[in-house]
Design a protein around this ligand. Structure first.
Ligand code: AMP
Length: 222
């Protein structure tokens, strides 16, 4: 199963991607997480990306394309993968198609999680993240069992992402509309796209995501 999760920031790509990765036993590859980890470690990649990320802007295409190309070569991606937050531009989508064509393993499906802007602004401004496992929590949705702490890392205080403040959320949504929304028609044209309502109970959305994989999943996912 080679899958892309598409959707505006806050539509639920990370949460649904994690559940799906567990269900299908394939890696979730989230470029935002890889970049945040690089920033945290202070690597050259992190130092180069930090300024743009902090402003809610995209990191240059060649940088993220390189990250994904390397990551897809890892052994654990041989059975499939879930891309979360990549591609975000048409140039990235074209580069992905080209690298998968070279490997003779094209994308099976693109799931487009949709959500209205007002709802994602509310979701993101209340969102808290575990700095260790990157699970996200939201008092109005999936709340942690102990307020302020990760269910899986009980000694770890949840944090708010630097780009989850209202001005930067707004900027990220604008960038999504300008740069990433065109990917919907890019993928629809090839018949690989399925639209899913991203709002609602976690399990209901997950059931819709699984439904969108009809005809592609092999065992256990339906
Ligand atoms: P995310 O965690 O997916 O919301 O990504 C956080 C930030 O990382 C974005 O606002 C961008 O600055 C950067 N980023 C993540 N994925 C990409 C991508 N595919 N292309 C460019 N920038 C990205």
């Amino acid at each position: 199963m080679r899958l892309v999760l598409l959707g505006v920031p806050g539509a639920g790509k990370g949460t649904q991607g994690r559940k799906l990765a567990e269900r299908l036993q394939i890696p979730q590859i989230a470029t935002g997480e890889i970049l945040r980890e690089a920033v945290k470690q202070g690597t050259p990649l992190g130092l180069a990306a930090k300024g743009r990320m902090d402003q809610g802007l995209l990191v240059p295409d060649d940088v993220v394309i390189g990250i994904v190309e390397d990551r897809l070569k890892a052994k654990d991606a041989a059975r499939g993968f879930i891309l979360d937050g990549f591609p975000r531009t048409v140039a990235q989508a074209e580069a992905l198609d080209a690298m998968l064509a070279r490997a003779g393993a094209p994308l099976d499906r693109v799931v487009n999680l949709t959500a209205p802007t007002e709802a994602v602004v509310e979701r993101l401004s209340a969102r808290l993240e575990c700095p260790v496992c990157h699970r996200t929590y939201n008092p109005a949705g999936v709340a942690p069992q102990v307020a302020g702490f990760c269910d899986f890392h009980p000694d770890t205080a949840l944090i708010q992402r630097l780009d989850d403040d209202r001005a930067k959320i707004q900027k990220r949504i604008e960038v999504f509309q300008a740069e990433t929304a065109p990917l919907v028609s890019f993928y629809r044209a090839s018949g690989r796209l399925r639209d899913i309502e991203g709002l609602g109970e976690l399990e209901d959305v997950f059931a819709r995501v699984l439904g969108a994989l009809d005809g592609v999943t092999t065992g256990g996912a339906s």
